[in-house]
Design a protein around this ligand. Structure first.
Ligand SMILES: O=C(O)CCC(=O)C(=O)O
Ligand SMILES: [Fe+2]
Length: 183
């Protein structure tokens, strides 16, 4: 089974910049984790929920398109909805933004139903150091491509992390597709 799938140009660089610009005027919220606890050792990032941003409907349209195609061609999961807003995260070097090893499926009502995770790289890879999205589908750790606009999709039970950003800032767009629990 293919566990990790990357769509090379889910967004163009110009579209990535447009998404970042849309979020710029929104007061970022401190990132919460699955289950709403806050632990800055586990995750340090600023979050904007795209549902709250005017003019971002086209982003959701694109996500639906990319997820539908990837699920049809690669995963074949039973997906029924996007029950949570897409989130734009910013991991800045000023506080070594990062997200430690975790899986996205949790105990909370919505987190239980997460099945497929979608993460798009919104930043120019030349503009930051660190901030690697790493995944552990097996004993081997693999890195998601850093190209701006690339989207990496994986089952939400897979362990993954974002390594600390040491220069500049990395922004990403994350959303989960939900459905009946795995069985
Ligand atoms: O920003 C990323 O690359 C990953 C975000 C993530 O793992 C999450 O929000 O659960
Ligand atoms: Fe995650």
């Amino acid at each position: 089974m293919i566990d990790v799938h990357t769509v090379a140009a889910a967004f163009s660089p110009a579209e990535c910049s447009a998404i970042v610009a849309l979020c710029r005027d929104h007061a970022p919220k401190d990132a919460r984790l699955v289950g709403q606890a806050r632990d800055h050792n586990l995750r340090r990032a600023d979050l904007v929920w795209l549902d709250e941003v005017a003019g971002a409907d086209w982003v959701m349209d694109r996500i639906i398109d990319v997820v539908r195609r990837a699920n049809r061609d690669v995963f074949g999961f039973e997906l029924t909805e996007f029950a949570e807003s897409p989130q734009v995260a910013r991991y800045g070097a000023e506080r070594e933004g990062h997200f430690d090893w975790h899986a996205d499926i949790g105990d909370a009502a919505l987190a239980r139903k997460r099945k497929l995770t979608f993460v798009a790289q919104l930043s120019d890879p030349e503009s930051y150091d660190g901030g690697l999205l790493e995944l552990r589908p097996s004993a081997q750790v693999i890195s998601a491509p850093r190209a701006q606009g690339a989207a990496t999709l994986f089952p939400s039970y897979l362990l993954h992390r974002v390594t600390p950003v040491t220069r500049g800032a990395r922004q990403s767009l994350t959303i989960w597709a939900h459905g009946p629990v795995f069985r």
